[in-house]
Design a protein. Structure first.
Lengths: 438, 239
């Protein structure tokens, strides 16, 4: 019997500081999954790491490892953050609740920006990566495939995605509070990731005086500059570009800040103390928080921008009702599928075992009764079969009525396996499966 | 509501102008700043006119909220300190120039202070990341530009006002005395001038731009209002 659980931190439970410490880069993710496979070879696992969340999904046998403490220790050791520091911010969910959570994540219902489509791609990437490393199996494969399908349906069939406020539009709205016109302004993008592309496209529409794309990978910078009518510039002269810039968007994958207070103090005079709008959408952050304390510097990170969006969307809870309804329907459907998948073998084993016992006892009794006719033998066989079926009817009915993705049901199944020693008797013996109906 | 307030503003403006015309007719003189009452009413009317002009040409959300209280205060001041008896000393071109430029400067500084206060609020919101709180008040860039424009205009008028006032003070026929430079009015007016000079030196020392300039424009206006009120309590000979 397989059990499913997940644990993690997200924008609601953990600060940006903690999230950036726990965030995995692509290389770190792969290393973590390899290590997980070595440590817990019999488990399925998917590790999801985005700007807003780090979550580990695990499917394992009921008695297997890891338990939640071991999973927290694993995350803590991989990111070198003390488990004690993580624990207060961790949420754990299991079985049906974990399924519901994943479906909500994929549908952006758990995102700070409702209706954002990026998280669906991130869920897909996390699943593909784990699947490529053969870390997914009978539980996580259907679960994640279903989650991706649910996410697609919610984002296409509900008004959630239509009316969404994007991070980029919020950034532009903020810029309009600082600057009156953009025709004399310079926009600088440091990094050329997907998020940066979105934000830069919005700023390019404002027709700034110049749009500079600064990226370590020159080809990416060239491509982004070409699309948005900007100019690629070298990463080495970052200070010079910062001196010119009025709006800066940073989204690099750097593990440490690339713009520090010291950097900025050095260029303030050359900038003639002009106001500057810094948008740091990288996790970990690209700009030291102390830069935001400088006069005429307006520094906004991912949480600051998303906070505005979530406040605006708080009043739009009606738009999420349909999305939640879709998610709930799919959770129920997945639970039914899982129930059938989990209960089938257990019920099968139970019937096999008891009919086998009954048949054994019957043949022993018949051996003591030499004058029994074939018709009478048939009656006795029917009788024993009916007795077994009647005895098992109520517990099986109760078991079928329960939800296998629920903790109580899991306990039922576990109890059955233990009480009737089903886990010690795999269905290797070839007795026919009896119908459940008496 | 905005339509109602705009109509109320037009009505107030019309009433103020009517009052000024009525006073001029009854006085038999068309000089508008001959007495305190008219001066305060003129200031209020000019300020309200500027608000209407800005909101018509390139609307600045919230400007009404910040300037109109100053208009109301001026009208109250007219009621308290206003006197319809012409000043005896308002008799030469120097005197007229002094009064017109000083009051014109005051109007410009009132706008600068209102816009400066708006700048401080928007800046505070942006820094505390509470941008959604309260009504929109325009961009920092526009508020800064408008503050600088108002202060520049006000500073020019105040400078002329100070010079013409100095000429009047040095005129032996006035009664300010030999120690005119120690007069509280002159000292307060000079300190106002220094404050606004600081605001205007931002192009030379750009670290003075933004919040500091906005703060100084508010401080300068408070000082100037203080000067105007203080003058009302000074012996007429020393004004």
């Amino acid at each position: 019997m397989q059990r499913l659980f997940m644990l993690g931190v997200n924008h609601r439970t953990a600060s940006l500081e903690l999230r950036e410490k726990l965030a995995f880069s692509n290389a770190q993710l792969e290393a973590a999954l390899i290590q997980f496979r070595e440590k817990f070879p019999d488990c399925e696992a998917v590790l999801l790491s985005t700007c807003n969340r780090v979550e580990l999904y695990v499917a394992k046998s009921a008695q297997g490892h890891p338990d939640t403490d071991q999973a927290i220790d694993f995350l803590s050791s991989m990111r070198e953050v003390s488990a004690l520091a993580i624990k207060p911010h961790i949420y754990e969910k299991s079985e049906r609740i974990a399924v519901e959570h994943l479906f909500s994540v994929a549908s952006s219902l758990d995102s700070m920006v409702l209706g954002e489509t990026q998280v669906l791609g991130q869920v897909r990437q996390a699943y593909d990566r784990a699947a490529d490393m053969r870390l997914t199996g009978a539980i996580l494969n259907p679960l994640f495939q279903k989650a991706i399908a649910v996410g697609k349906q919610v984002l296409s069939a509900t008004p959630l995605a239509e009316g969404r406020m994007s991070l980029a539009s919020v950034a532009v709205a903020y810029a309009r509070r600082i600057f009156e016109s953009f025709s004399d302004k310079t926009v600088l993008s440091i990094g050329a990731g997907k998020m940066a592309q979105l934000v830069i496209r919005h700023f390019a529409e404002l027709r700034p005086k110049s749009l500079l794309i600064c990226n370590r990978d020159r080809e990416k910078a060239d491509a982004l500059a070409l699309v948005n009518g900007g100019s690629p510039v070298s990463f080495e002269n970052l200070s010079d570009h910062l001196t010119l810039a009025d709006i800066v968007v940073t989204s690099t994958g750097a593990q440490h800040p690339i713009i520090t207070r010291k950097t900025f103090d050095g260029i303030r005079k050359a900038r003639r103390y002009r106001p500057i709008f810094l948008i740091d959408i990288a996790v970990p952050r690209d700009i030291e928080p102390a830069v935001g304390e400088i006069e005429n510097v307006y520094l906004y990170n991912l949480d600051d921008l998303q906070q505005v969006i979530s406040q605006t969307q708080a009043s739009r809870s009606d738009t999420t009702a349909l999305a939640r309804q879709i998610v709930a329907g799919h959770v129920e459907e997945f639970s039914r599928w899982h129930r059938a998948r989990e209960l089938g073998p257990v019920i099968d084993q139970l019937y096999r075992r008891y009919h086998e016992l009954a048949r054994g006892e019957l043949s022993r009794t018949l051996g003591k009764l030499p004058n029994v006719s074939n018709a009478e033998k048939q009656h006795l066989e029917d009788l024993t079969r009916r007795i077994v079926n009647k005895l098992l009817h109520d517990p099986i009915k109760r078991l079928k009525e329960s939800d296998s993705m629920h903790q109580a049901s899991a306990q039922y199944i576990h109890a059955l396996e233990k009480l009737f020693q089903l886990d010690e008797h795999p269905d290797s013996e070839g007795a026919p499966i009896e119908p459940a109906n008496p | 509501m905005p339509i109602f307030s705009r109509q109320a503003l037009y009505l107030g403006l019309a009433l103020s102008l009517s009052t000024l015309i009525w006073h001029s007719i009854s006085r038999g003189s068309w000089w508008p700043v001959e007495d305190n009452f008219d001066s305060f009413i003129w200031l209020a009317t000019l300020l309200a006119g500027i608000v209407l002009y800005v909101q018509r040409v390139k609307p600045l959300p919230g400007l009404d909220w910040f300037v109109m209280p100053a208009v109301v205060i001026l009208l109250i001041l007219a009621g308290i300190f206003g006197r319809t008896r012409p000043h005896e000393y308002v008799e030469s071109a120097w005197h007229w120039s002094h009064r017109v430029t000083a009051y014109g400067g005051a109007v410009a500084f009132a706008v600068a202070a209102a816009v400066g206060a708006m700048y401080l609020i928007v800046n505070g919101r942006l820094r505390s990341k509470r941008i959604a709180s309260g009504p929109e008040l325009g961009s920092l860039e526009r508020l800064e530009n408008l503050t600088r424009l108002s202060v520049t205009l006000g500073f020019a008028l105040l400078t002329v006002g100070l010079v013409t006032g100095l000429v009047r003070a040095l005129d032996s026929s006035t009664t300010m005395g030999r120690h005119w430079f120690a007069s509280p009015k002159v000292l307060l007016a000079c300190s106002v001038w220094v404050v606004y000079a600081l605001v205007l030196h931002a192009p030379i020392n750009p670290s003075f731009r933004g919040r500091r300039a906005a703060l100084l424009s508010v401080i300068g206006f408070v000082l100037m209002i203080g000067t105007m009120i203080a003058v009302q309590f000074m012996p007429e000979a020393t004004r």
